[in-house]
Write a protein of this length. Structure first.
Length: 629
């Protein structure tokens, strides 16, 4: 077994490999992929319409841009992502501007982008109508992860202690006290909160689908705040940070969100640092001083000395900014940000007793070390049987880069892990396969959801077989006949339910496919099909990643893969299938080629389980009819 220094040194080498692979892939995409491909993949907006420009509360020059193209295409733009602007005539001819920018926030088809200076704004305005924006390579995240690994490798003190603890069999330290009772939590949730409060070093809340992980984590944070003045709450994605922040605010906890939220609405924006900064009573005075500084610089006459006046204004602005920040941070009980966002200059010098990392099983280990230098203990929450971190280098993945810090601690220190065991989402038949395969049969359905269904005597899971072959569309797989069967199957199910019930009860549906090309095809077909017109608002189509953390009454999964060789690609990552299946509350329909899929033992076992369920349902239905007659 490698010690901490060896293991983290290897992590750094693998991260460097991943960096090289991703940077090269970005270079190739930039040089070779046409505009249409970039737009379809959600990596570019073109053409753009320019909106207003202004200085935001952070004294950054920003410009609003609007996308004019197909607005149904999902994109990957979000707060903090680096972007680059380009001009094009719509063909393969693309010319990039020489500066980089970053996303401030995105609201539907409107995006606010931070520019480096006013000269760049003029360049963009001159080319309006031919201008586009695309995601750029994210150097910042990698730099933060490399810095974090370097820091922990040479760490002494508390950070060095945690490093050595996580990579040894040494027992984590705990406090001793009688269990506290929380009447609104079930037994395993109560145990998890108590274990978090007892932990002096580390604790893990393992939350399978639907088991109330967020509810438990919010309660653990709330109880911790009765013992500590302030905590740091992080997650890998902005969406996960938004979700936990919103739940904390609902419990009356004062949250300060560093960075802008994914969903831009008044509730989400109101707890962001930027909005709170603007709302401070001293902000108008600060804004006036900053405006005076900009005007002084822009209207400066040749030979005029403005140095002394500038320095006086800048000194006053700095003094006001420090005062506002001090008040904002002292008022907040929770500082919330992404793992990379914890390296923000606003947090320089800050220390916390406890760090909570939500969705820890989706974060690279290096990212988890970024905020850990600021804390005494860490609480990890997530599910390593669901979506893993994204790793693009096959070599780095095989060598262990995809193994998360949470997975590592679960293996080394099972005593610090609490499994949440009661789920409140799924019909028991949908849940049982996942529970048996991924969680040793320990997860149980709460009585309130155990027998939930839409139709009487309905089979909770069906597998519809499709024979036609798959095809390639760009870099993604597509299966047109399976897409048609997917919608035909859903239409038949809707007809059985009836339009009135679907509308009155707002029955919602998620159509999931592992392949982006299939997702895009299904979306187009739904828009064309007249039958689904009244239900379009109730039907979502997305990839597995797009449905993480969500749930629907009905889930339909289009597996796509259908070939003579039994090749199933990344469907071999069973954690993704676990996520897809466990989004369903009452009905799960799987569409896929049995011969292709069941060459893999997992899908063979799933097929057998579904068939046995169907037989049992028919038998119970027959018995029910006999009793009635």
């Amino acid at each position: 077994m490698m010690d901490a220094i060896q293991a983290l040194t290897q992590q750094r080498l693998l991260l460097q490999l991943e960096y090289n692979v991703e940077k090269e892939a970005f270079r190739r995409q930039t040089e070779e992929a046409g505009i249409e491909r970039k737009v379809e993949q959600g990596d570019a907006w073109w053409p753009l319409r320019m909106g207003r420009s202004y200085y935001n509360s952070m004294n950054q020059l920003v410009v609003e841009v609007y996308r004019e193209a197909d607005q149904d295409i999902e994109h990957h733009f979000e707060f903090g992502r680096p972007v680059m602007f380009f001009t094009s005539n719509g063909k393969e001819d693309i010319h990039y501007f020489s500066f980089s920018a970053s996303v401030s926030y995105v609201d539907g088809d409107r995006m606010v982008v931070v520019l480096p200076d006013s000269g760049r704004l003029l360049d963009l305005q001159r080319t309006e109508g031919q201008t586009g924006v695309q995601l750029s390579f994210d150097e910042t995240s990698y730099r933060c992860m490399f810095d974090a690994l370097d820091r922990v490798l040479r760490a002494k003190g508390r950070l060095g202690y945690l490093r050595d603890l996580f990579y040894s069999r040494q027992k984590a330290q705990t406090l001793t006290f009688e269990d506290m009772r929380f009447s609104y939590l079930n037994a395993s949730q109560q145990r998890a909160v108590n274990e978090v409060l007892r932990a002096k070093d580390v604790a893990i809340v393992h939350g399978p689908p639907g088991t109330g992980k967020t509810t438990t984590l919010v309660e653990a944070i709330r109880e911790t705040l009765m013992r500590e003045p302030q905590v740091l709450v992080c997650a890998q994605s902005n969406m996960a940070v938004d979700w936990i922040s919103e739940k904390l605010i609902d419990r009356g906890i004062h949250v300060l969100r560093i960075g802008n939220p994914t969903r831009v609405n008044d509730k989400m924006l109101s707890f962001t640092y930027e909005r709170r900064f603007e709302a401070h009573p001293d902000y108008p005075q600060l804004w006036s001083i900053r405006k005076a500084i900009r005007e002084l610089r822009s209207h400066r006459k040749r030979g005029e000395s403005i140095h002394q006046k500038l320095e006086s204004l800048k000194s006053r602005a700095t003094e006001l900014e420090i005062r506002i920040n001090t008040e904002l941070f002292s008022e907040a009980r929770v500082i919330a940000c992404t793992l990379v966002g914890s390296a923000h200059r606003l947090l320089d010098g800050m220390k916390f007793g406890t760090l909570f990392i939500d969705e820890a099983a989706q974060a690279l280990e290096a990212a988890c070390w970024i905020p850990m230098r600021r804390v005494s203990r860490v609480i990890l929450a997530g599910d390593h049987c669901q979506l893993p971190p994204t790793v693009k280098s096959i070599a780095a993945l095989k060598a262990g880069l995809g193994k998360t810090l949470m997975e590592h601690i679960v293996e080394m220190k099972p005593e610090v892990v609490t499994l949440l065991k009661i789920q409140y989402r799924m019909n028991e038949d949908i849940m049982r396969f996942s529970s048996n395969y991924f969680y040793d049969g320990q997860v149980e359905a709460a009585p309130v959801v155990k027998y939930r269904s839409i139709l009487d005597l309905d089979t909770a899971i069906e597998w519809k077989e499709v024979l036609p072959q798959e095809g390639l569309q760009g870099l993604s797989f597509v299966n047109k006949a399976e897409a048609e069967l997917t919608l035909d199957t859903l239409q038949q199910y809707f007809e059985r339910i009836g339009k009135q019930r679907i509308t009155d009860e707002r029955i919602d549906v998620g159509i999931i496919s592992p392949y982006r090309a299939q997702v895009q095809l299904l979306r187009r077909l739904i828009m064309k099909k007249e039958f689904f017109k009244p239900y379009r608002r109730q039907i979502s189509v997305n990839t597995v990643d797009g449905f993480q953390g969500q749930e629907r009454d009905v889930i339909v999964i289009s597996l796509v893969r259908s070939n003579d060789e039994g090749q199933i690609g990344f469907l071999r990552d069973l954690r993704r299938m676990n996520v897809a299946m466990t989004r369903a509350r009452m009905k799960l329909i799987i569409i896929g080629n049995r011969d292709t899929m069941t060459r893999h033992p997992f899908y063979r076992r799933l097929w057998k389980y579904v068939k046995e369920l169907g037989v049992l349902c028919k038998q119970s239905g027959k018995a029910e009819r006999e009793i009635r007659s």
